[in-house]
Design a protein around this ligand. Structure first.
Ligand code: SIN
Length: 554
């Protein structure tokens, strides 16, 4: 039986992390019609699944939206969109209710930790860097996994949601792409590569929601999953959508430093439980240092902590810093942080007895496709949600655990916007045929080493030149290299049949270039963007986003 190369759905969702699955489910609740999710691996191959911390949300009577907003804006370095941040924060409690009452997500309670005296069962609220209150709902230290589990189960029960695994989106189909004019652009769906057959299918839809997550794989050291290659930002950029604030890439201060394990996060929630960052200036002696950098010490906002560790490592030549949890009992740590405890224990580190070796690593993209708070990109029918989007919630530095909040709030706002615009979207459906993907004269490549070489080279120079501390010279070096690589990829792309590796390389290269270009445009240091040639914040740039848009025609 031959597979259909053109498929029609009412709604197409690209990505199956928290934002993608929430999008499909809220669309099913709000709009009629069939929904397709395309995802390049298995349904649970996503980055948000690795989230340990939790969901920042005001659920405690001692807390308030104003305080959550204030912490968000402070961390964001005068670059947040205040209105959008407030809308997302205010929508949080209702979305948590949705998760717990409708979807079946379980968050850890005080009773489970043996901590309730009142007999009333309440959520155990964690604290992380930059938060002045305990306000983070969590499922032990596997929050992402628990939310993803429950969302997958809900999607599987819904007959209107159709999941296409091992399908990687290649490009968006837009009116402009088909040379039908750039004005009032409309998105008609996406070309999607079926990885197992090698064929490119046309997925047509009234709406397309990009929920492909971030792009941590742009950097050599990252705690992101292998799927985080910047697909959404790169595709939207190629579709002429504006991309904002890509220079603000968040480096998490504490990834486990161990030769046997790569990419393992040591959650900031440990510092919320009193963990302190230390250096081993003298062998065997662990000394605190964060008091030299910020009044909140080890619980300072993430940009400050990552830069402080980076500076201590460079100054002392030490390979790592340490996170000391030895003030807590083994019983507590096993219960509250089961995954982290077990992972370290397996490597011979009992975190109740020994400080944990840690280094900073690439974690989260605060920039992305510039959207309204409901994910609308300005291209009719095209939405971006979650880490792929830049709504202004994060500004120049994301406050811990605001990311999962965004993944459950934005899809709801997007589906309401879509429901309100369905008639217009139906009228905008194309009256002309959409051409099938054309492979031109492409042949099979005999030199796949080009892909792996360029992949490694990008990640290495991004880490060395466009990392935690930048300079003009480093950025110029990175720009020269990415231009060469882009030329090579461009030629390769059209000469050879596409594969998922090639699609990912093209996306990672585009995302890297967007980060470099955005960093070159910002002549100041603010939040996560630190350029040693402009070490101060320029108050004239308060609230000013860096927006990069591909010139038309491409
Ligand atoms: C963490 O658990 O430290 C990560 C949470 C986040 O990135 O918001």
């Amino acid at each position: 039986m031959t597979e259909k190369q053109e498929l029609y759905f009412d709604h197409l969702v690209i990505g199956s992390g928290l934002a993608g699955l929430s999008s499909a489910l809220t669309l099913a609740e709000t709009c009629p019609g069939q929904i397709a999710i395309v995802t390049k691996g298995n349904i649970d191959d996503c980055n948000s699944r690795l989230a340990q911390g939790g969901i920042a949300c005001v659920t405690d009577s001692q807390d308030s939206f104003a305080e959550h907003l204030s912490d968000t804006l402070y961390a964001g370095g005068n670059l947040c969109n205040r209105d959008n941040a407030l809308k997302i924060i205010q929508a949080g409690p209702e979305r948590i209710k949705w998760l717990t009452e409708k979807i079946g997500t379980h968050f850890t309670t005080k009773a489970e930790l043996g901590e309730t005296q009142s007999g009333k069962d309440e959520y155990d609220l964690a604290r992380e860097g930059g938060h002045h209150k305990r306000r983070i709902l969590h499922a032990g230290d596997i929050t992402g996994e628990e939310v993803e589990r429950s969302l997958i189960a809900a999607c599987e029960k819904n007959p209107r949601i159709h999941v296409f695994t091992h399908h990687i989106a290649v490009d968006l189909i837009t009116k402009a792409r088909m040379a039908k004019g750039q004005e009032n652009d409309i998105c008609y769906g996406a070309y999607v590569l079926d990885i197992r057959t090698g064929s490119v299918k046309t997925f047509r839809a009234l709406t397309t929601s990009i929920a492909t997550g971030g792009c941590g794989k742009v950097y050599l050291c990252t705690c992101n999953s292998d799927v985080a290659c910047g697909a959404g930002v790169a595709m939207a950029y190629r579709a002429f959508a504006p991309i904002a604030n890509m220079e603000f890439f968040q480096f998490h201060p504490t990834l486990l430093y161990h030769p046997k394990v790569k990419n393992f996060l040591i959650s900031e929630a440990l510092r919320g439980e009193g963990g302190t960052l230390k250096m081993q200036y003298t062998r065997g002696v662990y000394t605190e240092f964060m008091q030299n950098y910020h009044e909140m010490k080890s619980l300072a906002p993430r940009d400050v902590v990552a830069r402080a560790i980076d500076s201590e490592l460079k100054r002392t030549g030490q390979p790592c810093a340490y996170l000391d949890m030895t003030h807590k009992s083994e019983a507590f740590l096993r219960k509250r942080f089961p995954r982290i405890f077990a992972q370290c224990y397996e490597l011979g580190i009992n975190i109740a007895e020994t400080p944990i070796p840690v280094v900073p690593g690439a974690h989260f993209s605060c920039g992305g496709v510039k959207t309204e708070v409901n994910g609308f990109t300005g291209i009719q029918g095209l939405y971006a949600v979650g880490e792929t989007a830049c709504t202004g919630l994060h500004g120049a530095n994301r406050l811990a655990s605001n990311s999962l909040l965004e993944t459950i709030v934005m899809p709801k706002l997007a589906s309401e916007h879509i429901a309100a615009n369905l008639d217009n979207l139906r009228k905008a459906a194309p009256e002309f045929p959409i051409p099938a993907w054309s492979a031109g004269n492409a042949t099979n490549s005999d030199e796949l080493v080009v892909i792996s070489h360029n992949w490694d080279e990008i990640r290495r120079f991004m880490w060395d030149y466009v990392g935690i501390v930048r300079t003009d010279k480093r950025l110029e070096r990175a720009k020269r290299r990415i231009v060469n690589i882009q030329n090579e990829i461009h030629k390769y792309y059209w000469d050879f049949h596409i594969t998922s590796d090639l699609v990912e390389l093209r996306n990672i290269a585009t995302t890297a270039e967007l980060i470099i270009d955005s960093a070159m445009l910002r002549h100041e240091s603010r939040g996560l963007h630190y350029n040693a040639d402009y070490p101060e914040r320029n108050p004239e740039l308060d609230g000013v986003d860096t927006v990069v848009r591909k010139p038309y025609p491409y």
